[in-house]
Design a protein around this ligand. Structure first.
Ligand SMILES: Nc1ncnc2c1ncn2[C@@H]1O[C@H](COP(=O)(O)OP(=O)(O)OP(=O)(O)O)[C@@H](O)[C@H]1O
Ligand SMILES: [Mg+2]
Length: 316
């Protein structure tokens, strides 16, 4: 991987007596899509606002393209685009006026502003709504516009706080493609989210924050392989009973069994394929198997395990 575009070390932030960030540290490599994961109130927005120089931490060190955001807050926006959580954009302006205003702040000439704004509105699917007042926009439209605004200055790093929140399924797919195209253009993306399926589709690297602590960081493959050998067997049986579940949990190669109705997600302790042994075992237990699938762990499952175990070191 390339050089870090962002380095965060030992970041501490208090709100009064409450410690919102407790020695947070991570790195962002150039060209990666970094998923910053955490529950509500974990500290994601506080981290982002600190990185951008919008909140003042009580300790730690941040370097963004080598810049210290507290010493030179304005220089940060030479390199970075930011789409905030729940964007509150000027409701009295139209989308065109807002992007034009933003582009002027970045010093774009009138000619390049016209081209760039058209390009951006097209990119986020708002060209037909360019002259509508933002106050009359829907939530998803505001979110799209906030992403367009974050791209006005053609930034090297785009930081987005929950960018796909409020987007409909078709828009989510559209933005997934857009984000991947940004990476092809050489940009780096920092995306905070608790939509784990979405992050799994997009991110190359993740960090998980829980109550102000980073509990895991590494590549997406690291996180998936650090748990249950990265594999799960989904079994649907006709007659789930507590005895059957307890017997499965007792097997030496089973780490955990999650039960939902008549579906069992059997987490294995290693990568070894246990399908043969498991079908024989279920047959001996008198279970009628309706379906049986071997698959990789989902990020959501790894995430819940990280929270239960209090974090693990990356596999490599
Ligand atoms: N301005 C503030 N004053 C006091 N406490 C705050 C302030 N901003 C955030 N906090 C607290 O700091 C903690 C972290 O908040 P933060 O907004 O960073 O969480 P988050 O991970 O972004 O959550 P969400 O997923 O809900 O957006 C929470 O407990 C929150 O109540
Ligand atoms: Mg937040």
């Amino acid at each position: 991987m390339g050089e870090p575009v962002l380095e965060v070390d030992d970041l501490v932030k208090f709100y009064g007596d409450f410690k919102a960030l407790d020695h947070v540290a991570f790195k962002l490599e150039r060209g990666s899509i970094f998923g910053y994961l955490g529950q509500n109130g974990a500290g994601k927005t506080t981290t982002i606002r600190s990185i951008l120089g919008l909140a003042r931490p009580n300790g730690g060190r941040i370097r963004l393209f080598g810049i210290d955001p507290f010493k030179e807050p304005l220089r940060v926006f030479d390199h970075v685009g930011y789409s905030p959580e729940l964007p509150t954009l000027q409701g009295f302006m139209t989308a065109y006026q807002l992007l034009d205003f933003t582009a002027r702040q970045y010093g774009l000439t009138q000619q390049s502003r016209t081209t760039r704004i058209r390009e951006l509105l097209e990119l986020v699917g708002l060209l037909d709504h360019r002259d509508k007042k933002i106050g009359k926009y829907s939530k998803g439209m505001v979110q799209r516009l906030a992403i367009a605004q974050a791209l006005v200055n053609d930034p090297d790093l785009v930081i987005m706080d929950e960018p796909t929140l409020g987007l409909d399924p078709a828009a989510t797919v559209h933005f997934r493609d857009l984000f991947q195209n940004l990476i092809k253009d050489g940009k780096t993306l920092f995306i905070s989210s608790h939509l784990l399926d979405e992050v799994q589709r997009l991110a190359s690297h993740v960090a998980m924050i829980h109550r102000g602590h980073i509990v895991f960081q590494g590549s997406l493959n690291d996180v998936l392989s650090a748990f249950a050998g990265g594999s799960i067997i989904d079994i649907e049986v006709m007659n789930v009973s507590p005895t059957l579940v307890a017997a499965l949990r007792n097997l030496p190669y089973v780490r955990e069994v999650n039960v939902q109705g008549n579906r069992l997600a059997v987490h294995l302790t290693s990568d070894t394929d246990r399908r043969g042994e498991l079908t024989t075992f279920l047959f001996q237990q008198g279970a009628t198997i309706l379906s049986f699938t071997h698959r990789n762990l989902r990020l959501e499952e790894a995430y819940l395990q990280v929270l239960r175990t209090g974090g693990v070191a990356p596999a490599s």
